[in-house]
Design a protein around this ligand. Structure first.
Ligand code: HEC
Length: 473
């Protein structure tokens, strides 16, 4: 069933993409029968979660395209383009989700309240209540303390008791706090106990005042490692610092996130708004990288012998992945990435593969105009799942340890916009189930399994850190 829809769209990809916003389409062609607020009239409600003719994107697409003349629903194919019908499907999904979410009872972080989910009941414990400014990522030190990054550039210790060290680590690399970029990822080398290495991912570049008083910002994601001695960042080494020519003034899509495995480090650089540049192997943006953990290029990387290609590239055609993690069972690499409006993806990352952005996507433009007509193409990978509407995927980790035995080896994905954490079960490289386990307590910036086997969630607006603990445990 999943197949017919992309294939159909692929064939019809050249259909005219009229630049009419989806809101206008709905207002012009649908309100008369389905209501200005989607509540229904002559036709049924489109937001109550009940779909008479099937609830998959594929089926809703067919409902709109083929209609049902006997029952009074116009067939819209021919009147509307394939792209327009597809954007209507996304639009209705968004509205349905907003409406359903508004009427739901979601857990609020109170120590005494138990939240029930399919497999485990949990309580929310607050780790850090206030005092952090836009926390971005967390790393767990062997002595029980944690390191937390703040977007504007602060790297801070948080005690095992949750106390924030008021002094940020001195001498950390200067970051360009610009749009979505700043100090982002922090992670410990797997042998941190022996070698002390700490890795940082951040927006690196220049910020200059021009003669006319305006600022000229040029930046791109870079990765460095260093050690902390006497509260100072020392011994810094660049792991990957793109050439200055690749810096841009765009404030979007920086990526980051690290995974370590067998002496390698994997990390992400978002496409920085450069869209087609994600397809260009001569450019670092829109790529996932694999390097030796000291920054050397692995001799067996997929593009080491391709003339002009950046040799650290592991996979390409990415928009803005901000979740990257490895399955502890089989060492497979997974990533979540922000799509445009509708079309966030979970991908299995394999070397040398092209993940298709911006040639194929399941999303539409933020302003509601159709984007591209195709969702599949030969030589480009399909996501394991895509999310319509977007969850704004951010943060991804497998849960290990013994505290949540029925969640063990499940994947947990954060969503900024939908303010949610999803539990995703993967069997044999396929997603077999998904469940929202946490909702509506803030924008989820990162999820991380702690060494204690608990699930840590970094939240923005309000800025704080919580963790899920088993109820009664
Ligand atoms: C002339 C009235 C009319 C207009 C205009 C109309 N619809 Fe419908 N629509 C209906 C009716 C009636 C049904 C129920 C048909 C049935 O029972 O099979 C329906 C069913 C649907 C369904 C299937 C719902 C389900 O439960 O499976 C979808 C989706 C839908 N309409 C979307 C749209 C969209 C999008 C537009 C605008 C492009 C639109 N409709 C315009 C009357 C209308």
């Amino acid at each position: 069933m999943r197949l017919s829809y992309p294939l159909l769209l692929c064939l019809a990809g050249f259909a005219s993409a009229q630049k009419v916003k989806v809101e206008e389409l709905y207002a012009r062609y649908c309100t008369g029968c389905h209501g200005a607020n989607f509540e229904g009239g002559q036709g049924g409600s489109l937001v109550d979660g009940n779909w008479k003719h099937g609830s998959s994107d594929d089926e809703i697409f067919t409902s709109i395209a083929k209609g049902n003349l006997q029952m009074g629903m116009t067939p819209w194919e021919g009147v509307l383009s394939i792209d327009q019908i597809r954007s209507l499907v996304i639009f209705l999904r968004e509205k349905e989700k907003q409406t359903l979410a508004a009427g739901m009872d979601f857990p609020v972080p109170s120590p005494d309240k138990v939240t029930k989910t399919e497999l485990h009941d949990y309580r929310i414990e607050t780790v850090v209540e206030k005092g952090l400014a836009k926390p971005w990522a967390i790393a767990f030190l062997p002595d029980g303390r944690r390191l937390v990054t703040e977007k504007a550039g602060g790297l801070r210790f948080i005690g095992a008791d949750g106390k924030i060290d008021p002094e940020a680590i001195e001498g950390t690399p200067p970051v360009i706090d610009h749009g979505q970029g700043g100090l982002m990822e922090v992670a410990l080398h797997p042998d941190h106990r022996k070698n002390g290495w700490i890795y940082l991912g951040f927006s690196d570049g220049t910020r200059e005042k021009k003669a006319d008083g305006k600022e000229d910002v040029r930046c791109i994601t870079a990765v460095a490692r260093g050690r902390i001695k006497d509260h100072r960042w020392t011994d810094q080494q660049w792991i990957y610092r793109p050439e200055p020519e690749f810096r841009s003034g765009a404030g979007v899509h920086f990526g980051t996130r690290f995974v370590f495995d067998k002496g390698y480090v994997y990390f992400v650089i978002g496409e920085r708004g450069g869209m087609m540049e994600a397809q260009d192997l001569k450019r670092p943006n829109g790529k996932i990288f694999r390097l030796h953990d000291d920054g050397r290029i692995p001799a067996d990387n997929p593009f080491v012998n391709s003339p002009g290609a950046i040799p650290g590239i592991w996979s390409y055609g990415h928009r803005n992945p901000q979740g990257l993690t490895m399955d502890p069972r089989d060492g497979l690499l997974y990533s979540t990435e922000h799509g445009p409006r509708g079309g966030d993806e979970l991908n299995l990352i394999l070397p040398g593969r092209n993940y298709g952005w911006p040639v194929i996507t399941y999303g539409m433009n933020y302003d509601g105009t159709p984007m591209v007509g195709i969702t599949a193409k030969e030589g480009m990978e399909q996501p394991l799942v895509y999310w319509v509407p977007s969850i704004a995927a951010c943060g991804l980790d497998f849960l290990s340890g013994t505290r949540f035995p029925k969640w063990r080896n499940d994947l947990f994905a954060g969503g900024l916009a939908q303010q949610e954490v999803r539990r995703i079960r993967i069997v044999d490289r396929k997603v077999v189930s998904q469940e929202i386990v946490l909702k509506n307590i803030g924008r989820v910036r990162d999820v991380a399994c702690g060494p204690d086997g608990l699930l840590y969630v970094i939240l923005n607006d309000p800025d704080r850190i919580v963790r899920l603990v088993p109820a009664g445990g």
